[in-house]
Design a protein around this ligand. Sequence first.
Ligand code: CA
Length: 375
Amino acid sequence: MDRRDFLAATAAASGALAFAGCNDSNRVAIDYSKHPKHTDKKTVHINRGKKTTIKLATSWPAHFPIMGEGVEEFASRLEAISGGSLKVKIYPKNVLVPALAVFDAASTGEIDAFHSGPYYWKGKNSAFALFSGMPFGFDAEEINSWMIYGDGLKLWRELYGRYNLYPLLGGNTNIQMGGWFRKEIKSLADMKGLKMRIPGLGGEVMAKLGVNPVLLPAGEIYTSLERGVIDATEWVGPALDIKMGFYKVAPYYYSGWHEPGSILELTFNKAFWKKLSDEQKQMIEVCSNEMNAKMTYRFHYENIHSLEKLKEYGVKLRKFPDEVTNAAKQALVDVVNELGSKNKEFALVYDSIAKHLALSKAYADISLKYFLNVR
Ligand code: CA
């Protein structure tokens, strides 16, 4: 699928769903009861209690590559594993609630759960951005180790609990690329005044380098880049970037440091979660952990293949000059200090991350970093 097809399919899907949703949103949601069952009826003897349907909204269009498809696989696996006692009704972006209203909709109980990314909610609490990760922070493996065996999930659940929410791990984009630039960056001075589409803490770091970070809806990024309304954009990595077609209008593709392993979330309305049986909770956790792992691996798989295609298209691969990277590291210190002085919860979460990261870096220096350099 090329960019135009991808965007058209995305727009058509969300448009049709949104339109139909006005009349009967149930009719347009994906019906997983029609999917083939993985279990043989004869083998299902366990009494799994009452049947429960989870109303789950996502921030992605229907069948969105990797992220949306991962949620669909989660739904299908959960139904199969539970012998049909747990069903998931997926409402893609804008079908039942707008993409960035899923947090509030789950908080109030309008929906039971959502799949999205915690950095979208930093306006509610700047600490939430840290649960996605941070520039120069954890890679996918490191953030999962902090989440599961360190204090990550504990802190996240404590802070989301105030919004009547209960988060589970829902995937990881794996390391993201630094983005697409119309002109080559040869010095820190080249960054000043650039208009770049980049959200989150990465955008705040870029702003300290003199970049003008802008937010644009996905459907407007390509045209803005083509017309020079923006000079650069980050998106995700080769697998998703290639579908957006940025290589056609911005030939310089930079390695990145701003989103080294962004977490995606599967978050439940806490009251809904509490009402589930222990057996149901464990089945959901098993499937969510599987989604968390498989989405990470799938990103890697698709990225390495898409990168080869991008090379065939003549993309110019670049790394930021040391001058830029060093300034960005200092900018991150400033951003963290500013946010930490305004919000003690940001400081608390950052402190936990900083301790885990220091140990992880010390170990990586004598293990992974060494190995990747000699491989
Ligand atoms: Ca990104």
